[in-house]
Design a protein around this ligand. Structure first.
Ligand SMILES: C[S@@+](CC[C@H](N)C(=O)[O-])C[C@H]1O[C@@H](n2cnc3c(N)ncnc32)[C@H](O)[C@@H]1O
Length: 232
């Protein structure tokens, strides 16, 4: 789907986005995000420069702020093409070391080798071009910088997979319609999860884009997955 159309979808649900996440995942996304943050592996003696791409309303930086390990010893750029999502985030997060930037992931307004860490949470699925975005992430990361990505995955367990399919095909679009008035946006969500490459395919793509130390961790049978790797 064209990035302008994806942008319109998020525009239409921005004010209910956080509430819907809790509802649809029964709060599970919070547990997944906590695990995601736990996998940050940085030299804590330095002041790290972080980029959260497809930051939405800034959930990842909220989790980082609540986690004592990083403290406030970082400078974070929160990047998203959607101004309405960013506006919701600005209401939530009031920190001097957090800078908001409106941009698509396919062309980032940063110089090469700038960041110690790039995170993406449920946003790689939404970019128009995954490979170009990963090239950009690789370009702006420092050598050995970490890329962490949280996304939906493929469930291999047949029983769980079929329950999950029934739930997402039927329940999620209806819930979206009732809460946000936009059933199409939540149909898009379900379709984008189906279209997104499998765990193995993402690892292959990362390998071809000059990342190393590539690992993935399935959460709740692979409904969600965390990818961790480093720039060569
Ligand atoms: C499902 S939300 C995830 C928000 C947040 N990271 C979280 O975990 O709650 C996906 C986000 O990706 C953003 N997005 C869509 N297209 C994008 C692109 N081409 N580059 C970067 N972000 C994009 C959307 O605007 C939206 O805020």
């Amino acid at each position: 789907m064209k990035k302008e159309n994806i942008n319109k979808i998020f525009q239409s649900i921005a004010d209910k986005y956080d509430f819907m996440n809790d509802l649809m995942s029964f709060g599970l996304h919070r547990k997944w995000k906590r695990k995601f943050i736990d996998l940050i592996d940085l030299n804590l003696k330095n002041k790290n420069i972080i980029l959260d791409l497809g930051c939405g309303t800034g959930d990842i930086i909220s989790h980082i702020n609540n986690k004592s390990k990083l403290n406030s010893n970082y400078l974070a750029y929160l990047v998203d093409p959607n101004i309405k999502m960013i506006q919701q985030g600005i209401k939530k997060i009031k920190k001097k070391n957090v800078l908001w930037v409106a941009s698509y992931g396919e062309k980032l307004p940063f110089k090469d080798n700038k960041f110690d860490l790039v995170t993406m949470s449920f946003s790689l699925r939404n970019v128009e071009n995954i490979k170009i975005t990963l090239n950009e992430i690789n370009r702006i990361l420092k050598k050995n910088g970490q890329f962490l990505c949280l996304e939906f995955g493929k469930v291999k367990n047949l029983t769980i997979g079929s329950i999950y399919k029934i739930y997402s095909d039927n329940f999620i679009p209806e819930l979206g319609k009732n809460i946000t008035g936009n059933k199409e946006a939540y149909k898009y969500l379900v379709e984008s999860i189906k279209r997104f490459p499998s765990q193995e395919e993402i690892c292959k793509i990362l390998k071809f884009r000059k990342f190393y130390n590539i690992n993935y961790y399935n959460l709740n049978f692979g409904i969600a997955v965390i990818y961790s790797c480093r720039k060569k």
